[in-house]
Structures are given as structure tokens and as C-alpha cells.
Design a protein around this ligand. Sequence first.
Ligand code: MG
Length: 449
Amino acid sequence: MRKRWGSMLLGLLIAGAAITSVRAEETPLPSIVILLADDLGYGDLGCFGHPTIRTPHLDRMAAEGVKFTQYYAWCYCTPSRAALLLGRLPVRSGLNRVLGARSTGGIPDGETTLAEALKARGYATMCIGKWHLGHHPRFLPTRHGFDHYLGIPYSNDMDRADQGEPPIPLMRDETVIEQPAVQDTLTRRYTEEALKFIRDHAALARQGQPFFLYLPYTFPHVPLHASPAFRGKSPRGLYGDVVEELDASVGQVLQVLRQEQLAGSTLVVFTSDNGPWLSQKLDAGSAGLLREGKITTWEGGVRVPCLAWWPGTIAPGRVVQDLASELDLFATCIELAGGRLPADRPYDSHSLAPLFRGTGSGSRNEVFYYFDDQVTAVRQGPWKLHQKTIESASGQTKSQIQSPPLLFNLATDPSERFNVALEHPDVVERLTKVIEAHRASVSPGSPQH
Ligand code: MG
């Protein structure tokens, strides 16, 4: 009897191995492109309802792929990039504050970036754009999994001479090649570099050696700059010019993937790092119907557009209301690359691969909202509980403890206008416990400044 079970088990193992190798031959690992706008709001794209900014390429990407309506980033730049590239709450790596030109800290050596994880799976890697995880040599992209880098190491407004900040440097790998960076042509030059990278790696990718391109655009973060070809063209003004140039850039990236016969084997994600910087007035974007913007944990600060495109795998024209987070891109990409999450540390990342393949839905049940190292709110299903709120649209950031907490139903009240805590004491009690348990479970990393 034992022998028979043993041979059955052996047979199953052989069958499993055969399936694995057949699948590996039939479906080579996909290449991955992540396009990240900076401070683009939930309402800034045509496919998310903007009436005057023209984004035909992103609208087409949405029509050919999936559009997430409840996708979350962070409330400002540095922690957002940490969440995306590490798959862990930024507080765990100590990257919960915005780094600047005079910062001494950055991404800790002990963290595993998405680029490092994909490189271990055989991916060629490149980062083009704003890094913002530390600008000293040991923190640069080339020290954290990227074969090459072209871009500015932090935000394009961090050149205030009165605060001792130097002109914005443009770097290639670890060398400053231009200072101050000529910002008018940054988007165009990033795009040219991206097209070159894709073309250079296309033949290898077709033969099963994939690439990972991470392109965190510098804009529409202020100060706004657009190439001469786009300047003065959008009905929305300079902000519209800048977003329309980003749209054209995305269109060129998708077009070169089609030309190189890589459309069916490349996942492309377009999203933003945080909501609009409303205090910049006309130079700021729009959160659409969502409340407030960047530097707050109201929905407008953290819920951003997200599109994913992978013809032949992602069904066209899907609109997904499942909860998703930029934290989830890490587990998603690792799964698509045939790898596993490292087991030596906690992750906060839920793979979207089943959703992309049409074999399952999103598996994220909660979103925790952070301001610096503090949890301010939680979302579970339609319910969002705020224990602390932050206002920033006026230009002065003010926070307020909410005791008793505020409760909103984001399904019926996406603009967070009507506090319904008194009507739902059971939900308030449940979500309060969820926040307390979460708070007790997270160990902060050494703060990076
Ligand atoms: Mg930003």
C-alpha cells in the first residue's frame, strides 16, 4: 500500500514537473514596464473624466487594458516610490518622509527592490526619471538592482538656493551629466531613452530574456515644463501641455512595443505617485470627485489613476473596482517573473496576477493610510475610518486628531462629505480594532532623512 502511494506521488511529481516545463516553454517571462507620473491626480486623464486635458494614448491604453478605479498610492513622493519598489509599508524601511537635496539618508542596503528581485530572475533593468530614494552614491538606482539610470535624483523643485540646495542635477548611472537639468526637454529625453532601451533589448526579449523598465516621470510635479512641441497647445494651459506630453510619451512606448512584436509579452502599468498638489493652484492637477489632494490622507491625496495593459492576457476594456495598491505591484511582478516573495521579512503586497490573467479577483481587503510614520485611517470594503485628518489645499498643512473618529461610506459617498459614524457604531468599533491590531504589528525601520 505504501509502495503504491509512493509511486502515485512520484507520478504526480513527474506530471507536475512536465506541466511546469511545458508552461515555461510556451509562456516566456513577460517584460515589465512601469510608468509613474508625479503628482498626477485622479481626475487628470480623459479616461478618468477630465473635460479638457487630451489623453488619447492613455484612453486607448485603458480601452485595450484594465482601469482601476480604487487604486491607492501614498500621499507624497519618497514613501510612494518605496512602497512601489519594495512592496512593504514605507515605515518598515524608514522611508516614510520626503528626502531632499540635503538629505543624508536613502534606501537601506538590506531592502530588496523590485529591480533586484527581477534581475535575479534574469531581467535586464533600467530606471529612467525621478528616483527620490536617496541621491548619495550608495542609494542610487545602480546600487539597487538597476543596470542603468538616467534621470534626476529627487524632485525638480528642490533647487532652492536660499536653502543651500544646488541646481537640479541630471545623472547618467552615477555621474552628473547636466546641471542644472534642462527641464523643458526632460520628458522628451526620458522617452527617447525608453524607446532606445526597449529597441536594444527587443531581440533578447523575443527570445525569452525579458526586461524591466521603470520610468518615473519628473512631471506634472511643479515647476511645470513642456517641450516646445507641446507648450501652449492644451486648452487646460501649461498643466495640460505637460500631461499631454506625458500621454504622447506613453503612446510612443506602447507603439514601439507593438512594432517590436512585444505587445503580447509585456505588462505595462501607468499610474501616479500621489494626488494633485492643490496649493499650486492652476499648476496643480485635479483629484476629480475625490476630496483634497497631496500631503493628505483624504482620498484625493492617495487614490490615483492606474491602467494596466498586456494584450492577449489582460482582457480589453475592463474596469475594476477591487481595492488595489501600488504596494501590490511588487508581488504581482515577482509572480509573473516566476519568483517568490522573500521569506525573511513581512510584505504588504497582494499579487494582481490572477486579476490580470482573468483567473481571479483582487485579494486586498484593506488599505491603511499613512502620514509619515502614523496610520491615520483604514479602509475595509466601502468603509473608511479616519482617526486623524490632514488638510493641505490651502498651502498650510494642518492635522487634526478625530476623536471620535470619522466614518465614510466610499461607495455611496466617494467625496467623503457625510460622516456616518453615529449611524454605524459597530463598523467604527470593528475598524478601530483593525487599526489598533495593525499598529501593534508593524515594526518601524530606522528613519531616513
Ligand atoms: Mg509626487
